[in-house]
Design a protein around this ligand. Sequence first.
Ligand code: ZN
Ligand code: ZN
Ligand code: ZN
Length: 370
Amino acid sequence: MPASLARLRRAQEVMRERGVDALFVGPSADLRYLLGYHALPLERLTLLVVPAEGDPALVVPELEAPRAVASGAADLIDVRTWTETEDPFRHVADVVRAAGVSNGAILAVQDRLWSAFTLQLQESIPAEGWVAGTTVMRELRIVKTADEIAALRRVGAAIDEVHRQVPGLLRPGRPESEVGRDIAELILREHDEVNFVIVASGPNGASPHHETGDRRLEEGDAVVVDIGGTGDGYCSDNTRNYVIGRAPEGYAELHEVLLTAQRAAVAAVRPGVAAEDVDRAARGIIEDAGYGAAFVHRTGHGIGVEEHEDPYIVAGNDEPLVEGMTFSVEPGIYLDGRYGARIEDIVAVTASGAERLNTVDRELTEVPVA
Ligand code: ZN
Ligand code: ZN
Ligand code: ZN
């Protein structure tokens, strides 16, 4: 059985357990996950309809049908096309009716389906209640299979390879954006897509999601490089810190604190431990060093077919970790107007601890100035 049909069947199982009668999925990571179809998010409706019992179908605009067929979706399930002058929601209603979904149904809408579509769905399909698609999808996606972990391991090695080449790109006088373009090219050599490139130099490093801009690198800068791409449908995400020439005052010490915190957080990972306890392990060390207020984000996020997904490694999330979960461990310290640093690896929860899917040297890398 092809992997994506197995996933659809598993989704139907979860729906029956949860009392959800049908699930509607538009272009999204969930659609890629369930069907392997990378649909374009357009004003014309593309919608996967999954009834709890019976056969799922994909409703697509006629002009998108060749793409849907090329993706292999038509080999798995019925692909129903609608023409420019038809109402696509009538097709959706037909699929739902054919599966025997009755008026008292509970229907789930994928979390990121546009309201323009959700509102029309609610008008065309009678239901007792509507719930978020995550009711079904969270359970499927949060624990990875061995194949998924293997894909994340490959893409982790790929982004490590890019980081190994970053020192050669960091020269005084080069704008961040130019370095960013070079990094994007390297990511593409190792992945199918570039997801993001953050090159945050000097004081820009104090903004965790800095937009790579026209600031020119200077001797004595600390540079935060956070990069990711997609390979075989799975995402990479890795952050390392570099200094051009000698590290600025206090930076090497700050980086040591971060290394200790990151190591402690990874060491805390094992099945049964609450997600928030991994955050605590990193945060405690950063607080003790006096940087508590400078660690302005959660310690990590799940990763898979999306860069950011469940589970979130954050205070307040007492969900126990389970073997097969994959997430980032990325404590950071940000000093306004001066510099910042973040160390990020993706880890997979194993039977007894954690496997790091990134292994490139995480010590502070000093790039010699010619
Ligand atoms: Zn981020
Ligand atoms: Zn990152
Ligand atoms: Zn991340």
